[in-house]
Design a protein around this ligand. Structure first.
Ligand SMILES: Cc1ncc(COP(=O)(O)O)c(C=O)c1O
Length: 398
């Protein structure tokens, strides 16, 4: 449980970690350190504090490389998972796809890993196809095998889906996709914060994730790309810092990857905070985080199963995320009632608007946990759910 924060006069039970996470003190300190001591732009200033800012910013690339097991040159700083995913759609797919090529998705994808591909398909004449999922959002190898064929050029897939918390067999996907010459874009927004990530072992071509979902500051994210692919991509943004030379005849020479993808002044303080966040997570140990969350997951689902007023959409979910509804109560009304009891959850479609085709509803309550949650948080949620009736919800509003 988070200490010292209250909501509606109750201790805060924060179960909306799939949306964003709280920041530990070292992250806040790192951001403050920048503002208080070395506030300057990077890779431009010829004075001491600017050199320090350069060093601190560049250090984060090393930290990320260690965290996901890649080369520093394969780490691009972005503004979040969304901008990382768009960078690949814009810079790789638009350039390499042609009419009739297939982009393979699932109906469980977040808008940020669907809409950029829809646009690529519209612009290039490529087709979108879907890997079928089971009614609880799982991907079977049988369905995967059926979906991957010679025409597939890109597979864009979440390693963990954001509503049902289902783990996707990414290694298997990469192996099968590579056999037909397709490239794999992994959306790691809901996986990287919670589990050990090794891009070499996974053998994905691209990986996107957000800093703010793993204790880092807002407006930070990472695009990992195999260097030989990054080298051949176009940057989505052009501007200062990312070019080596240009002249009035419009001759432009860009810097090499990853710098060519980071035009403009980046979120420097955010990157420093992200470095602190990743170091914090590594110190805790990603395996420890994962096993703690698994324990919470088991406890949460066991307790939910005892409630007869709650529908659970992902009883076989793989993560500490539950997608539920209180029978006879609209998800947003239920979320407001839970908030009145100090419990923060998210309601609605969670930006996964195609998931309705799989689970039959566009409105759920999502309870998503992180390493700082504990069984007392689950108990508080269960207590609040037990008293979540239509009558009590009305009482919140009137
Ligand atoms: C699976 C998934 N992909 C992408 C995103 C987009 O992340 P961001 O808003 O940080 O860019 C999210 C955010 O909720 C997500 O859950």
């Amino acid at each position: 449980m988070l200490q010292g924060i209250t909501m509606n006069g109750k201790p805060l039970v924060y179960l909306d970690n799939g949306a964003t996470t709280f920041k530990p003190q070292p992250v806040i300190d790192a951001v403050n350190y920048f503002y208080n001591n070395i506030n300057s732009n990077i890779h431009r200033g010829d004075y001491e504090i600017a050199f320090k800012a350069d060093q601190a910013y560049d250090h984060c690339r090393k930290t990320v490389a260690e965290f996901i097991n890649c080369d520093e040159r394969e780490v691009v700083f972005t503004y979040g998972a969304t901008s990382a995913l768009n960078t690949v759609a814009y810079g790789y797919a638009r350039k390499n796809l042609k009419e009739g090529d297939v982009i393979l998705l699932t109906r469980a994808e977040h808008a940020s890993n669907a809409l950029p591909w829809f646009r690529v398909a519209e612009e290039t004449g490529a087709k979108i196809e879907y890997i079928e999922l089971t009614p609880t959002g799982k991907m079977t190898l049988w369905n995967l095998r059926k979906a991957i064929h010679e025409g597939v050029r890109i597979v864009a897939i979440a390693a963990v889906t954001n509503v049902l918390g289902v783990k996707t067999p990414v290694r298997e996907i990469c192996r099968m996709a590579h056999k037909v010459g397709a490239v794999v874009m992994v959306d790691g927004a809901q996986s990287v914060p919670h589990t050990r990530t090794d891009v070499k072992d996974m053998d994905c071509d691209f990986l996107a994730f957000s800093g703010h979902k793993m204790c880092g500051p807002g407006g930070t994210g990472i695009l990992y790309g195999k260097y030989e692919l990054l080298e051949k991509m176009d940057p989505m943004l052009l501007g200062g810092g990312a070019n080596a030379r240009f002249d009035s005849k419009q001759n432009v020479i860009l810097k090499e990857a990853p710098i060519m993808f980071e035009a403009g002044t980046p979120n420097i303080e955010g990157v420093l905070g992200l470095d602190a966040a990743i170091q914090y997570l590594m110190k805790l140990g990603m395996d420890n985080i994962e096993s703690h969350e698994q324990e919470l997951r088991d406890y949460l689902f066991a307790e939910l199963a005892k409630l007869d007023n709650v529908t659970v959409y992902n009883p076989d979910g793989d993560s500490a995320i539950a997608a539920i509804n209180v029978k006879g109560v609209f998800s947003q009304d239920a979320a407001c009632y839970l908030a009145s009891q100090g419990v923060a959850v998210r309601s609605g479609n969670h930006c996964a608007k195609m998931l309705v085709d799989v689970i039959g509803t566009n409105d759920t309550i999502r309870c998503s946990m992180y390493f700082y949650n504990d069984k007392a948080d689950v108990d508080a949620l269960i207590r609040a759910l037990r008293t979540c009736t239509l009558e009590n919800c009305v009482g919140v509003f009137f």
